[in-house]
Write a protein that binds this ligand. Sequence first.
Ligand SMILES: [Zn+2]
Length: 150
Amino acid sequence: MLQKTLDGYKGKTKLILENSAGAGEIIGDDLSELSEIIKGTNSKAIAGICLDTQHSFASGYDWRDFKKTLTKIDKEIGLENIKLFHANDSLTECGSNKDRHAHIGEGLIGENAFKNIAAFAKKNEIDMILETKHEKVTKDIELLKSFREK
Ligand SMILES: [Zn+2]
């Protein structure tokens, strides 16, 4: 389907695919699936992935063990394919397969993990977008910025 959509596309804009939280029979929560999907198309219009920290956590990627998770991601899709982060903490447990975002540091992923994620993003010049509720999003932005400055 993706191949069909991209066939004949000649624009400069690149597509990135976002990982899912893995609810129901949905595909794309396992990053090796996304890798397979990307490799299965011959389009240069796909730049890589947008890694949603909450969705990956819900799919069993435990950011609290940062090194282990990074190694797993590298093996499954390659760290160079991460083009963007959706930075969201998680209201639900690792492996819950539920898509429930929390403010940074207020969820089960926690502040320490986001310090590591933000440092990794900064080092690799990967932008971060928040998808948390608006009432406290300013605080989330300040926190992430402070983590990136360290
Ligand atoms: Zn997202």
